[in-house]
Design a protein around this ligand. Structure first.
Ligand code: SF4
Ligand code: SF4
Length: 349
């Protein structure tokens, strides 16, 4: 790690006042074979283009270090891009499992044939979350930009369950213009397949990944993905809340769904009322950079020997945490990412 950070380590007694990581996301690859309309990870990355990814050994060292500052069973969330495009992904998952981590991979399902499903199960992966936006294959495939994705996801569920009755198989569905009409039907479908599908999680559509930030993206370049009929989206979310309260398997909390409702009504007025919780978040980018939140300082790189057990307790990390707690961004990403409890959002509507 940077010697300056080593010198700036907090003392043992100061460390006790700093929370352990609450969330860790490894964006393990910045590439994807699909051509989604609501995500541009398949284009050259605006930040990491031309940079090299961390190696298998560098990730293993990082995982060993992370284990020293987290409890047994801490969950690693692994995404991308399409995480399964990384050839050593399953080796890293087995390594993480042996260290005592739980692991979750977000995948578009494209690469999961029968053999891949067997290998995924054998790796010890705890949970796989498959993108599935609609029961209507035309809707899903058009939003994902490639014909046949829908069929592959449906088949992937069957293959994964064939090899394990225990692996958690979840669906992740983005609420957006084209998927809105099929959301409730999708809840019914997944809830009637509880032997195969363990959860369905909804995400509110955001400005696509890997695009230059626009304050009014939903009115500008990306308005085609934003739900145009506010009453319709509110009615849909109210129905999700009703079903969630009834005990249907919807992974979002009622609080999160209420936050979605406010967001879809007036995305510009969406504000935090208390401090952001990303001060306990840890992100490792595809090229190994260490962040708590991407808006704030990079705290080192796992390729350069940065030791996360030292970085986490450094004075630099504490400065970033203070910035995060004070952050006044009207940040939409928190709606979907590391949403906790009665989350701190309100809206003047
Ligand atoms: S949303 Fe997922 S599947 Fe689509 S381009 Fe982005 S990373 Fe790929
Ligand atoms: S609100 Fe600020 S600190 Fe929190 S995730 Fe968004 S940009 Fe980061």
């Amino acid at each position: 790690m940077d010697s300056s950070i080593t010198q700036n380590m907090k003392s043992e007694s100061q460390k006790k006042s700093i929370s352990k990581p609450g969330f860790c996301c490894l964006g393990i690859i910045d590439n994807c074979m699909l051509r989604c309309k609501m995500c541009e990870k398949w284009k050259d990355d605006l930040v990491t283009q031309g940079m090299t990814e961390a190696t298998t050994d560098q990730y293993k060292t990082f995982l060993q270090q992370l284990r020293t500052i987290t409890d047994e069973g801490f969950e690693l969330d692994i995404g991308g891009g399409e995480a399964l495009m990384r050839p050593d992904l399953l080796e890293l998952i087995s390594y993480a499992r042996d260290l005592g981590f739980k692991t979750t991979v977000a995948s578009n399902g494209w690469l999961i044939d029968k053999e891949m499903a067997r290998r995924i199960v054998e790796s010890g992966l705890t949970s796989i979350i498959l993108s599935f936006d609609s029961l209507n294959s035309e809707v899903h495939d058009s939003m994902r930009g490639v014909q046949g994705v829908h069929a592959r996801v449906v088949q992937a569920i069957e293959y994964l369950r064939l090899f394990s009755k225990d692996i958690h198989i979840g669906l992740c569905t983005i609420i957006m213009e084209k998927t809105l009409d099929g959301i409730i039907e999708l809840v019914e479908w997944s809830n009637s397949r509880r032997d195969k599908i363990n959860s369905i999680l909804f995400m509110a559509v955001m400005q696509p990944n890997n695009t230059v930030k626009q304050d009014k993206w939903f009115d500008q370049d990306f308005n085609t993905i934003w739900p145009q009929d506010t009453k319709k989206v509110v009615a849909c979310i109210d129905e999700l809340i009703r079903r969630r309260n009834e005990g249907q398997w919807i992974a979002n909390s009622v609080e999160q769904l209420k936050a979605f409702r406010l967001y879809f009504q007036q995305p510009n007025k969406f504000v935090k009322k208390t401090a952001c919780n990303m001060d306990r978040g840890l992100h490792i980018s595809a090229v190994g950079d260490i962040f708590l939140c991407f808006k704030w300082d990079n705290l080192g790189n796992i390729k350069n020997g940065a030791d996360i057990s030292q970085v986490w307790y450094s004075k630099e990390a504490e400065t970033v945490r203070e910035n995060i707690r004070q952050c006044k961004d009207n940040c939409h990403f928190l709606l979907n990412c590391f949403f906790e409890g009665d989350y701190p959002f309100k809206c003047d509507v």
